[in-house]
Design a protein around this ligand. Structure first.
Ligand SMILES: [Fe+2]
Length: 395
């Protein structure tokens, strides 16, 4: 939810008649509202009544619900997962693999190879998809949105959409915010505008080009929409094109944010990871680590200081660069450092960082304020010896 946008044709006031230009009746308003009727909202104008939606049936499409693995080893330890081992293939609407979850958040990984041949809508939460490889276009009720490697794609809860892939090699991390995803409140001034010292400005976000549907065209493309609510998938086949939108306005629409537009902060000495906060959810934050110069005190230790965050689980997806504080960690690896378990630079990395003045790392971090459960998929991706790589003898 960013700023007010308007596309296509809308009447001069909400909740009034919008006549069809061909004189054949009216367009139909649909309000999509958050927090009941008190939060962000969008108003869309449809060529057909939104309630004319065909029979509902259980769907064979979609992905598995997150279920906690019952591992023999119940120790709480530092863990590393290799997302490159996620099975390749399928459509994004089907091939997502849940790996970590708590009541606020589900983290899923996917390596799709085909564009979606159905539309879908996630009624369980906002989706923030980090595209760490590949490009394409998101088609939604709000129009077209191109995405590329290194982009966050934010698809609000309940938005009908599908993913079109271009080329190959797609790798996505999905953060499903079960309650809400937002621009951190402290980045906004009282009018809602992004503040001068926010780590990004309004121009950094890419918004949809739309509306998607040309009223001179009849139905085209798929007419089936798959709905997820409470991790159950249903579907309905519409008697008309599902994206029959001739115009919309509001503050709730899909957006793209390229990670390299994040303006990193540095300090005289090392700043906490929250200095890199990019998005916030209920119960978690998302941070972006981008290439930057490092701390400038003459005796600064630029490496992250060893720490024990006793109130949050920390997940980092390493995307590219030289991860100087870690060993055995390459692009596509994802670490989980549970609350209360000490972690930090690997042995030797702390000392080696002294005197360095820049880092070229690119990584996405999640801090969650409830512990994360692991699925069986996570166990299958795990590098089991990771916890012990901090032993001095392992240097
Ligand atoms: Fe940490």
């Amino acid at each position: 939810m960013l700023d007010y946008q308007r596309r296509g044709i809308v009447p001069e006031k909400h909740h009034i008649v919008l006549d069809r230009p061909d004189g054949r009746g009216v367009y139909y308003e649909e309000c999509i509202t958050r927090r009941g009727f008190d939060g962000a909202y969008a108003i869309l104008y449809h060529a057909f009544p939104t309630t004319d939606d065909g029979a509902v049936r259980k769907s064979a499409r979609g992905w598995a619900a997150p279920v906690a693995a019952v591992a023999e080893d119940q120790t709480v330890r530092r863990r590393l997962f290799d997302s490159n081992k996620v099975p390749t293939g399928g459509q994004f609407v089907d091939c997502r693999v849940p790996v970590l979850f708590n009541p606020d958040l589900v983290v899923l990984l996917a390596k799709p190879t085909a564009s979606d041949d159905v539309y879908s809508s996630n009624g369980d939460g906002d989706e923030l998809v980090y595209v760490y490889s590949g490009k394409g276009r998101l088609e939604s009720s709000f129009g077209w949105l191109s995405f590329d490697e290194g982009d966050y794609v934010w698809v609000p809860k309940g938005v009908i959409h599908r993913w079109h892939l271009e080329g190959s090699g797609h790798q996505f991390m999905v953060m499903e915010a079960r309650k809400e995803l937002r621009i951190p409140t402290q980045f906004r001034n009282p009018t809602g505008q992004l503040k001068m010292d926010a780590p990004y400005c309004h121009r950094d976000f890419i918004r949809p080009e739309g509306a998607a549907w040309d009223p001179s065209m009849g139905p085209s493309g798929p007419q089936t929409v798959v709905y997820k609510v409470r991790d159950r998938f249903s579907e309905r086949t519409m008697p008309h094109h599902p994206l029959d939108i001739v115009g919309w306005d509001g503050t709730m629409y899909p957006i793209v944010f390229p990670i390299l537009r994040f303006q990193p902060r540095i300090g005289q000495v090392h700043l906490p990871p929250t200095a890199h906060m990019t998005f916030a959810g209920e119960g978690f934050i998302v941070c972006s680590f981008v290439p930057r110069v490092t701390d400038f005190h003459e005796k600064a230790v630029p490496c992250p200081y060893p720490h024990t965050a006793v109130d949050c689980d920390e997940v980092i997806l390493y995307v590219r660069g030289n991860f100087t504080s870690r060993k055995g960690v390459g692009p596509g690896c994802m670490s989980l450092h549970p609350m209360g378990v000490p972690h930090g630079p690997h042995p030797g990395a702390y000392e080696r960082s002294i005197g360095t003045n820049r880092t070229d790392e690119l990584a996405v971090m999640l801090d969650t304020f409830l512990p994360l459960d692991l699925t069986a998929n996570a166990i299958a991706l795990e590098t089991p010896e990771y916890h012990d790589t901090w032993k001095i003898a392992a240097r």
